[in-house]
Design a protein around this ligand. Structure first.
Ligand SMILES: [Zn+2]
Length: 77
């Protein structure tokens, strides 16, 4: 399962985790500490939504510059 930050479109994939941030591959999003936030824009977990995109990196195509508060609505493809 993938989760996308609705503020900057950063995508976290559970299967890949975020080793550099101490998140082991396979870690469930729900298991992340409540203090976890988007590594790109610092948005809280509540700003993430599940994403079922089959082709990545969508992130690169939809990434919104840091500091831009409103990202285009993400639509899974
Ligand atoms: Zn973000």
């Amino acid at each position: 399962m993938k989760f996308i930050c609705t503020l900057c479109n950063y995508i976290l994939e559970e299967a890949q985790g975020l080793p550099e941030a101490g998140i082991e591959p396979g870690t469930k999003f729900d298991s992340l500490p409540d203090s976890w936030h988007c590594p790109d824009c610092a948005a809280a977990k509540e700003y993430f939504q599940s994403c079922s995109c089959v082709s990545l990196p969508v992130y690169e195509a939809t990434k919104v510059a840091t500091g831009t508060k409103v990202a285009p609505a993400h639509t899974c493809k």
